[in-house]
Design a protein around this ligand. Structure first.
Ligand SMILES: Nc1ncnc2c1ncn2[C@@H]1O[C@H](COP(=O)(O)OP(=O)(O)O)[C@@H](O)[C@H]1O
Ligand code: SF4
Ligand SMILES: [Mg+2]
Length: 401
């Protein structure tokens, strides 16, 4: 992400490959980012809106973590918080975001594979000392190096990240020169190389084009090149393909998966689309109304979901609804964050809700279902396969968002 252009509405990605930990220092912890009890509020004329209300998740190094949920559930606000991009009337109210860089030992494999060197011009913190991003001073060097250097972000709409009045080459070179100790000629060579890697044909010529001379798909490739050119430890991709047509979406997703595999970048992938999650993610965290309601590895969550919200999202996937005339979606509308229902926030839409139990008290906490699998539902142990089969979806909508 260029530090110059701050887009109005961000979103996320996260990923890894099975053996990518081999590129990290053996001393580096498996967890690259540990978000603990994050709370973010917006102070509007109508009062405090708790957009993120006690979110905890851990990103494992070199893996893709998908943060999934319907529109408005707090995915973008969570990702903005990681880069400290929350602006007034928003504020981080509590929690920690612990970042554990792998340090200078990282990147051997990327260099071997020709993916570009990892040589940050700045010093990285000693191994084993996580940085609490929420505690960094606004104008600190640490925050500057974090944004676009150690942690990059790809936004939904490429034009929010690109300047219309500069060539794509100048913009990529600017990102390189900000964070790496290279000459202009070296930066240009690296930019050409990266444009080639993201599948832009004739990168030596394309580098001197302006964004308006490119298609939407090509522009998003440029944004991906810009995000990856400094070889960030973490890539956040906030709905990176939503603005693109379906064929281009598939190409970009394939590209991101390939790059992630080659570079071993830890990725936070934000999406409202469980189909994308199934294709790309290693781990998943499902959000509903500012909270994580279920998390686990992708296979477990897809095969053995425990939270009714995850169950209903999966039931609404097109592949699961082939025999239905129209794509189903989850019944009911998402309540406003200003009028949070008592008890379990999902109870007004939950086909398994029990009156007098699910609609009173405080939201259920995340409980361990298994190792690395947790769900925030009072009834996760009781819900039977028959109940799930009977659970109704609603027809007539284009799907979930
Ligand atoms: N600038 C803002 N002012 C007031 N409320 C906001 C603002 N940005 C986000 N919110 C609140 O935060 C919630 C979560 O937003 P967001 O993280 O963008 O959702 P999404 O999951 O679609 O990315 C919104 O539903 C809204 O209530
Ligand atoms: S606690 Fe009750 S309402 Fe909430 S998800 Fe579980 S069954 Fe549904
Ligand atoms: Mg969003």
């Amino acid at each position: 992400m260029s530090s110059r252009h701050t887009p109005p509405e961000p979103e996320v990605i996260d990923s890894c490959s099975p053996d990518s930990s081999s590129t990290s220092s053996p001393a580096a912890s498996d967890t690259v980012l540990d978000v603990r009890e994050l709370r973010v509020s917006f102070f509007t004329e109508e009062g405090e809106v708790r957009a993120v209300d006690g979110v905890s998740f851990a990103m494992k190094r070199g893996r893709i973590l998908a943060l999934v949920g319907e529109s408005g559930c707090g995915k973008s606000v969570t990702s903005y918080s990681i880069l400290r991009l929350i602006q007034k009337p928003g504020k981080i109210m509590g929690g920690k975001i612990l970042f554990s860089p792998a340090g200078e030992g990282r990147g051997t494999r990327a260099e071997d594979g020709g993916a570009g060197q990892v040589l940050h011009s700045h010093s990285t913190p000693a191994l084993g000392t996580p940085i609490d991003i929420t505690a960094l001073a606004e104008n600190s060097d640490e925050l500057f190096h974090l944004r676009g250097g150690q942690i990059s972000m790809i936004f939904q709409e490429p034009m929010t990240a690109l300047s219309p009045v500069h060539t794509v080459g100048n913009q990529i070179c600017e990102a390189i020169l900000l964070h790496q100790n290279l000459s202009k000629a070296e930066a240009r060579a690296k930019a050409v190389e990266m444009l080639g890697k993201v599948g832009i044909p004739g990168p030596e010529k394309r580098i001197d084009q302006y964004p308006f001379e490119m298609s939407g798909g090509m522009r998003q490739r440029v944004v991906i090149a810009m995000a990856l050119v400094c070889n960030p430890e973490i890539l956040i991709a906030d709905e990176p393909t939503t603005a693109l047509d379906v064929t281009i979406q598939a190409q970009i997703m394939g590209l991101m998966k390939g790059l992630q595999r080659d570079l071993g970048t830890s990725t936070l992938l934000i999406t409202h689309d469980l189909g994308v999650v199934a294709q790309l993610a290693d781990d998943v965290a499902v959000m509903y109304l500012g909270r994580i309601v279920e998390r686990g590895d992708v296979r477990t969550l897809m095969k053995h979901p425990k939270h009714p919200y995850t169950i209903m999202l999966l039931k609404s996937l097109p592949s699961m609804a082939l025999n239905k005339a129209r794509l189903p979606s989850i019944k009911g509308t998402i309540p406003s964050l200003k009028e949070m229902p008592p008890g379990c926030p999902f109870h007004p839409r939950c086909p398994f809700a029990v009156p007098g139990r699910c609609d009173i008290g405080t939201p259920p906490p995340l409980e361990d279902v298994d190792q690395d699998h947790a769900a925030a539902c009072l009834r996760w142990r009781e819900i039977t396969a028959e109940e799930i089969d009977r659970a109704d979806t609603e027809t007539g909508s284009e799907g979930n968002d």
